[in-house]
Design a protein around this ligand. Structure first.
Ligand code: FAD
Length: 396
């Protein structure tokens, strides 16, 4: 297998690097972009990419994608991640956009797609409920048809960045008597509709990233139904496949690994750099080998996709291994920093007489470590991905 890229792809890579260097706003380089930036700041890069026609690499050209090949899309994803740029909002661009252009009608495409690209609409994902996470098909949030509206009642939870959202795409139950998967519909709901309440959930790292949402007699125009009533499960699965494929995060892992090595070269153990400690170096090397193996697996899938083959349950494999590697890098970085990594920024913000002890890179280590716990839970937990592989690949 050859892993060299064609000269025109290498030229594309150089173009991507120059574009990022010339256009990425410095103000977006903060410790935790998901929670340290305002809504407007979060959209800055999104809008720059939109104006440059580089926003939605995976979208077909007719809907506003740049018309790149699968390899160019891969290079774009790698280079933007390696450069540490803020990804465009996944719920809009990676998740609901493809559902709308694949299953939506002409009116829905014309109404929603341009506003996703321009960043005028911020979307959030209303799948999970208290008793419906891994067992998503048991969801209870109900939509009852009333003339040309649906009346929605129920509750969603773990809704990422719903505090900024203009719209939510929701899985709702429209037939309580059918088998669980058969009675679900995919509904687009305007977050300003009366009857919607968003309540923050503060996570273990002290950040406000996720929310609970309550729906009380919320009137939703029936024209906001995607595809057919009670066929929502098919659209939901299509979306989850896209979500998982985008979760390998190898570019992010490469960047984090370089940071880990830099920290371990500065920190000392027994009078020498920690990176020279045989046991620590072995663990870093082990992680780097796993990452390299994952990168090759990803390239194999890119190659299959380029040839028009569906990677199938491969999305689950990428999700499991990608998130495990990223969590291990976060753990090793935290260990490398040692007790200085115990500082919590949100506690520092409460006011202290003394500056925080230890190097600056230590002040976000605990937050990052805690925040990366989520990677193996969201998008369908890693245990569930293993079940999918057991069934779909191993036939167990
Ligand atoms: C930071 C974060 C952001 C999120 N954002 C969103 C969002 O924007 N929108 C949204 O809809 N959801 C979101 N989620 C929810 C996420 O999809 C669910 O948390 C996830 O699907 C797991 O569901 P659960 O939390 O109900 O856990 P449960 O389903 O209760 O599972 C609990 C544990 O049991 C294990 N388990 C469950 N069933 C099985 C089984 N059959 N076999 C083996 N093990 C099993 C699970 O792996 C897990 O470890 C988010 C979650 C997190 C952590």
């Amino acid at each position: 297998m050859s892993v060299t890229f064609a000269p025109h792809d290498e030229a594309f890579r150089q173009d991507v690097r120059s574009f990022i260097a010339e256009n990425y706003p410095a103000e977006l380089r903060v410790a935790n972009p998901e929670t340290d930036l305002t809504k407007e700041q979060s959209l800055l890069w999104h809008r720059i990419l939109f104006r440059a026609g580089r926003l939605a690499p995976h979208w077909p050209k007719e809907y506003g994608g740049p018309g790149w090949t699968t390899v160019q899309q891969y290079i774009w994803d790698q280079e933007t991640a390696l450069a540490g740029t803020l990804p465009p909002l996944a719920f809009s661009v990676t998740m609901v956009g493809p559902v709308i252009y694949t299953f939506g009608n002409a009116v829905q495409k014309a109404r929603f797609l341009p506003r996703i690209l321009s960043g005028d609409d911020w979307w959030c994902q209303g799948y999970s409920e208290r008793e419906a996470g891994s067992d998503l098909a048991s969801l209870k949030c109900k939509a009852v048809r009333d003339g040309d509206h649906y009346i929605v009642n129920g509750h969603k939870i773990w809704t990422t960045l719903a505090q900024h959202a203009d719209w939510i795409f929701c899985l709702v139950r429209t037939d309580v008597s059918a088998k669980p998967q058969r009675g679900i519909s995919f509904l687009l709901i305007d977050m300003t509709t009366p009857g919607i309440t968003v309540r923050p959930i503060i996570t273990i790292d002290g950040s406000h990233e996720i929310n609970e949402i309550f729906f009380e007699d919320v009137r939703v125009p029936a024209e906001n139904l995607i595809g057919e009533e009670n066929k929502g499960w098919d659209y939901a699965k299509f979306l989850l496949g896209n979500e998982r494929t985008s979760m390998a995060g190898t570019g992010h892992a490469r960047r984090a690994l370089a940071e880990l090595k830099s920290v371990a070269a500065q920190e000392r153990a027994g009078g020498a750099p920690l990176l020279a400690d045989a046991d620590f170096a072995r663990q870093v090397a082990r992680t780097e080998i796993d990452l390299a193996a994952l990168e090759f697996t990803e390239l194999r899938m890119i190659s299959a996709l380029s040839a028009g083959r569906d990677p199938g349950a491969g999305a689950s494999l990428l999700k499991i291994r990608g998130t495990e590697v990223r969590q291990r890098i976060a753990e090793l970085t935290h260990r490398a920093i040692g007790s200085y990594g115990m500082v919590l920024r949100h506690e520092l913000a409460l006011g202290h007489n003394e500056p925080a002890p230890g190097p600056d890179y230590g002040h976000t280590a605990t937050e990052r470590y805690l925040n990366t716990r989520k990677l193996s839970i969201y998008g369908g937990s890693n245990e569930i991905q293993r079940n999918i592989i057991a069934k779909a690949v191993l036939g167990l």
